[in-house]
Design a protein around this ligand. Structure first.
Ligand SMILES: [Zn+2]
Length: 220
């Protein structure tokens, strides 16, 4: 028999009305996929379903609207979302995972873009780095800027600063923190040498083009 590269099983989460008129999630697959699947897959899918519904229950519990959710509650939500995907991505591809999560989280007081950040949040903070004295919005501001911070090698430094400020009760208002983050990123933008593309120290905030010392000597 021809060996086939192991393919992922495509899963779609749909929402259907049950006999009582209640909308419930259902796991479905493309009919063509169903027919071309080896028979061993059906067991796998059954197991997946079980785990998925268990996951849904967990999400529902975690996202239940409370007066004010703690930052650690958001972290648990985020961790559950990331963890479930990681555990299954080798075998399954959930076509509309984001959409399904949005739907589950609906009504927990998060905007769509905030839910979007939950996919990364727990990737950037370990459980130990979650301090309930720091409101979730500060962690979100940080997560929003994660790529720029990483690019400039400022991620760890800024994380330490944020946690210190929180522990000491010295956090600025959210808007001010956002500005501080932006200023930090802007002020660390070094210019690159037009020839060898290395960063030139001391060029923060300046207008280019610039040549590094070495290239300048070569040109002259
Ligand atoms: Zn150069």
């Amino acid at each position: 028999m021809k060996s086939i590269t192991k393919q992922k099983i495509n899963i779609r989460i749909s929402w259907m009305q049950n006999s009582k008129g209640k909308t419930v999630p259902e796991v479905s697959m493309n009919i063509d996929d169903l027919f071309s699947m080896p028979s061993s897959s059906s067991k796998k899918i059954e197991n997946f379903k079980k785990r998925f519904f268990k996951f849904l229950d967990k999400m529902k519990k975690l996202s239940k609207t409370q007066k004010r959710k703690k930052t650690s509650d958001y972290w648990k939500l985020s961790h559950a979302i990331i963890d479930f995907r990681e555990k299954h991505e080798k075998e399954f591809y959930i076509i509309n995972y984001t959409e399904a999560i949005d739907r589950i989280c609906k009504g927990n007081g998060l905007s769509k873009s905030q839910v979007g950040l939950l996919y990364q949040f727990a990737d950037f903070f370990t459980k130990e780095e979650i301090i309930d004295e720091i409101p979730f919005t500060y962690y979100l501001e940080f997560t929003l800027k994660r790529n720029q911070l990483k690019e400039k090698n400022l991620l760890e430094q800024e994380k330490t600063r944020l946690l210190e400020l929180g522990k000491k009760g010295k956090l600025p208002i959210t808007k001010e923190y956002r500005k501080q983050l932006q200023d930090l990123i802007n002020s660390s933008s070094l210019l690159y040498c037009s020839i060898c593309k290395t960063e030139i120290p001391g060029t923060e905030g300046m207008l280019g083009p610039f040549l590094c010392k070495k290239c300048k000597e070569d040109v002259l």
